[in-house]
Design a protein. Structure first.
Length: 202
């Protein structure tokens, strides 16, 4: 098997890598990392013009932003103290090694550079893409809530301090760096809270 084909098959592992946060919350049929990547890229496609960033660059960055998880797995961000399983520095180092290796057969150094730009969050494009990553997660939480894709009455040690899918909004809220991201977050959070209210009235 050629190096390119071998690498491609590993890229495609993202289709089967389930998002850890949803698994911990016992979401029925949770999305994969690849599905999240598509959601983030779609948001970049739709909102790049409004954010005044280059659409192609943003979409490409979104498509590459979680590639390392094909090898490292999805390490969820947690809101509660002591819940993180690995430091941010260790996570970035592991993913950097994975991305560099997975891209190398294609001799496309620009992809690694885009991943590094995303991680650094020092450019307008990187901050925009990260915000779309966070918005995608909140939109997915809203979707799962509206579809009743989990049992909120069962005990779950992973979410002792949070009800419903509140943790996913709690982890996102302090991390937005663009006005557009904050606006989309607030709109999604409001609808999520309305959905919770409607469920309580039933």
């Amino acid at each position: 098997m050629s190096d390119e084909l071998h690498s491609l098959l590993e890229w495609f592992d993202l289709k089967d890598e389930l998002r850890t946060g949803w698994v911990l919350r016992n979401i029925e049929a949770p999305e994969s990392v690849a599905a999240h990547t598509w959601g983030t890229a779609s948001l970049c496609l739709l909102y790049a013009g409004r954010a005044d960033v280059d659409r192609e660059r943003a979409v490409t960055m979104a498509l590459i932003h979680d590639l390392g998880e094909a090898r490292t797995g999805d390490i969820a961000t947690r809101a509660e103290d002591g819940r993180e399983t690995i430091s941010a520095a260790e996570k970035e180092a592991a993913e950097r090694n994975a991305v560099t290796d997975l891209v190398s057969p294609f001799e496309d150094g620009e992809l690694v550079s885009l991943w590094e730009e995303y991680e650094a969050r020092e450019t307008r494009t990187a901050r925009f893409v990260k915000d779309m990553d966070l918005v995608d997660n909140c939109l997915q939480a809203l979707k799962y809530e509206s579809q009743n894709r989990y049992d909120d009455t069962e005990s779950n040690d992973h979410f002792d301090e949070f009800e419903n899918l509140d943790e996913f909004f709690a982890t996102a809220a302090p991390r937005f760096q663009t006005q557009l991201g904050e606006e989309l977050f607030e709109r999604t959070k409001t609808e999520y809270e309305n959905e919770i209210g409607r469920e309580c009235q039933l």
